[in-house]
Design a protein around this ligand. Structure first.
Ligand SMILES: Nc1nc2c(ncn2[C@@H]2O[C@H](COP(=O)(O)OP(=O)(O)OP(=O)(O)O)[C@@H](O)[C@H]2O)c(=O)[nH]1
Ligand SMILES: [Mg+2]
Length: 214
């Protein structure tokens, strides 16, 4: 996390935000990373032909956390194996990683352990990780049970949610939870209780009447 202006980018001027953090989207090709980012950025879903990301791309979005503007610089990586060496180079700069699988693809879920091994190899030790089971809207083709996602996340001590880049379910919550965690790390007041990302997600999901699986 950096103060505004320390690593300003051309797309958002420094006065538009007070803190900045880098977030990376990871997971197998086709799990919905690009759609997840576009849903958050533009509130739109691109259905139809799947166009696999080549290499890496990023988008900025500024969100407000308790009156503090946090600029999330979100890196959308290619899930295809042949781009791995390109994306590895970016892990070290990331403060947060959203790791996605597709609930309709057992293989994408089985590969999560390998992704976590890569993360431990290449990312910063204190990186914030969140596991997301995407495409929750296609329940008829579900191949991964919600409990299995939740128990894998528990095993690794990371928060977990099912999401849909199509309907927008839990998309904003995932990014807001990350922004809040990054803000708390950057501006921790002495008497302020430590922010707990798990508790925050659970409370937000209860408020929205949705499902907490963390
Ligand atoms: N029903 C449904 N389809 C989705 C969802 N998210 C993505 N898709 C579809 O899944 C396909 C792959 O989505 P992408 O976002 O391009 O996948 P990706 O993870 O970026 O793939 P790579 O760039 O190759 O790593 C597309 O055809 C999307 O329309 C979702 O939440 N629900
Ligand atoms: Mg993509």
């Amino acid at each position: 996390m950096s103060r505004a202006g320390a690593n300003g980018t051309p797309q958002v001027s420094p006065q538009d935000y007070e803190l900045a953090g880098k977030v990376m989207l990871l997971g197998d090709s086709g799990v919905g990373k690009t759609c997840f980012l576009l849903q958050f950025k533009d509130g739109a879903f691109l259905s139809g032909t799947f166009i696999a990301t080549v290499g890496i791309d990023f988008r900025n979005k500024v969100v407000a956390v308790d009156g503090v503007k946090v600029k999330l610089q979100i890196w959308d990586t290619a899930g295809q194996e042949r781009f791995r060496s390109v994306t590895h180079a970016y892990y070290r700069d990331a403060q947060a990683l959203l790791l996605l699988y597709d609930i309709t693809s057992k293989m994408s879920f089985d590969n999560i352990r390998a992704w976590l091994t890569e993360i431990h190899e290449y990312a910063q030790k204190d990186v914030v990780i969140m596991l997301l089971g995407n495409k929750a809207d296609v329940s008829s083709e579900r191949m991964v049970r919600t409990e299995d996602g939740a128990s894998l996340a528990r095993e690794y001590g990371v928060p977990f949610m099912e999401t849909s880049a199509k309907t927008g379910m839990n998309v904003e919550l995932a990014f807001l939870a990350i922004a809040r965690e990054l803000k708390q790390r950057a501006v921790q007041l002495p008497d302020e209780p430590r922010f707990q990302i798990h508790d925050y997600i659970e409370a937000q999901q209860k408020r929205s009447g949705c499902c907490a699986f963390i």
